[in-house]
Design a protein around this ligand. Structure first.
Ligand code: GAR
Length: 201
């Protein structure tokens, strides 16, 4: 069983989808730690309700991003974490974490990358007028949502969509691909070759 940590800033519904999949025996890993940069993140409450060790690490106590990431790293190392899962974690990671976990940090983004990276991926897609968008699970590198793509799922945009309705359908797709990507990693089924991830399932 791989030891997993989840970093979340918000609702934590992707985290919940991963925890549910683990409970159903669909992911060969265990979540040993949940970290958040926001004291009031519902994700923290959800994780605590399940008895998972959950910590708020307050960014305002650290002088810069690297110092904050060193604090995260200390907790991740203390828990012997093997894979870091970003689930709506709304902070850019510094090289401190990325270098400590090369190709061992995953992120989910609500668009078909490389389209619409950064904040508000759903809003950007709607404003651009695309007919298809979706979600992407990728490894994190130094760039903004730019690391090797692991899995993607397309979601059609319909005429009447608002940011909320479209994000709801994208979320449903995220709950399918994120647990699957984590399981592939846990079973050693992802080979990274340059920018490309080869899935050997
Ligand atoms: C998800 O839709 C995720 O793709 C997005 O935040 C949401 C978190 O929801 N992430 C980003 O926009 C990252 N740039 P959740 O907290 O309910 O899982």
């Amino acid at each position: 069983m791989k030891r997993l940590a989840i970093l979340a800033s918000g609702q934590g519904t992707n985290m919940e989808a991963i925890l549910n999949a683990i409970e159903r025996g669909q992911v060969a890993g265990q979540v040993v730690l949940v970290l958040s940069d926001r004291a009031e993140a519902p994700a923290l409450q959800r994780a605590r309700a399940r008895g998972i060790k959950s910590l708020w690490i307050d960014p305002s106590l650290y002088p810069d991003r690297a110092a904050y990431d060193r604090a995260l790293l200390q907790e991740l190392n203390a828990a012997a974490v093997e894979l870091v899962i970003l689930a709506g974690f709304m902070r850019l990671l510094s090289p401190v974490l990325i270098e400590a976990f090369p190709h061992r940090i995953m992120n989910i983004h609500p668009s078909l990358l490389p389209a619409f990276p950064g904040k508000d991926g759903v809003k950007q897609a709607l404003a651009h007028g695309v007919k298809v968008t979706g979600c992407t699970v990728h490894f994190v590198d130094e760039g903004l949502d730019s690391g090797p793509v692991i899995l993607q799922e397309a979601v059609p945009v319909i005429q009447e969509d608002t940011v909320e309705t479209l994000h709801q359908r994208i979320h449903a797709a995220e709950y399918r691909i994120y647990p699957r990507a984590v399981d592939l990693y846990c079973r050693g089924k992802i080979i990274v070759e340059g920018r490309r991830c080869r899935i050997i399932d």
